[in-house]
Design a protein around this ligand. Sequence first.
Ligand code: 9Z3
Length: 353
Amino acid sequence: LAFRNPDVQWSRASGEISNEEFRTKQYKESTRYRTRAIRFKMASHWEDFYSQHLPPSDFEDNRTLLKEFCERHNKAGERIALITSGGTTVPLEHNTVRFVDNFSAGTRGAASAEYFLDHGYVVIFMFRLKSLEPFTRHFNGQKFMDMLELNDRGPNTTITVKPDSVDILAPILARYQAAQEGGRILYINFTTVQDYFWLLRAACECLGPCGPKAVLYLAAAVSDFYIPSNEMPTHKIQSDGGPPIINLQLVPKLLAPLVNLWVPQAYVVSFKLETDENLLVAKARDALKKYKHKLVIANLLQTRRHRVVFVTIDSSFEIVLTREQMLSGIEIEDVIVSNVVLHHTDFIQHDQY
Ligand code: 9Z3
């Protein structure tokens, strides 16, 4: 009853409708208002999240960096890509010994950052600490050490790059140095889903003034579930209390305020990850209908390195790499970014209003 619309004029006493109609109308009205009330609750959910969770300790420093980066490049009229990359953790304790994590290595985001730079964009690379980073991703593990040679052990030691590694290192080093020296890439890292939420909102606030020149390329694998701060134990969960029952809650859907409030003029691209082909495009389209952004790039966990589907509200097309293309070193992110840049250019020229 609390959700009944006081303005509704009909009543059973008026004798205008039958009992059955009355019950149906009553039910419909109550559901309608209940649905609205729930929607309202959902809409404010993200605000509750920020009021109930503290920002990360280096938040103010990151905010300053973001602001300076966006202002400088906005003034220069450059296109800016915010790329999120890697997985978020979900801590189980405030003094975190254990956390829930996910599979993402950050390949998609790190590779895409390089290609956006190649297309002349400046990049905010918002990544999970210790996940892959642009440029250094090519020399993971022992690869880098294996490229080097120690000469003359002793006081005159020098280190050189082995001749057969120069051709591999040189072009990557050149791209890296161009990005660094021109101040064209800003690295911001997160670990938990809470950090991610704070930093994403801060980045959006700084990107707002860039209008349609900003692309948001949300490739991070963000947890759908978390333990709210007030439900998390302070100390390490003990095993002598028996098996713990861990109650995860849904995280608020940030795409809603992001698209509608924080960066309403930007070109927003989200990624949709599924493991079931039958759900892939339908879920991507659901997201577009719900959040009203422009593009969802859908991928299956199992085939994400060689197949993605670009889904807009009224079309979809696949990008598939052949085995030969993969063997020749072509990365799917190269093709994805080229297509996103085309869409973004079109958006700037025609669609933005
Ligand atoms: C993706 O779907 C990315 O393409 C991958 C890339 C995480 C699969 P890797 O880092 O993998 O290269 O190993 N990202 C989005 C995942 C996500 O959390 N999407 C949400 C969802 O699917 C919507 S925003 O519900």
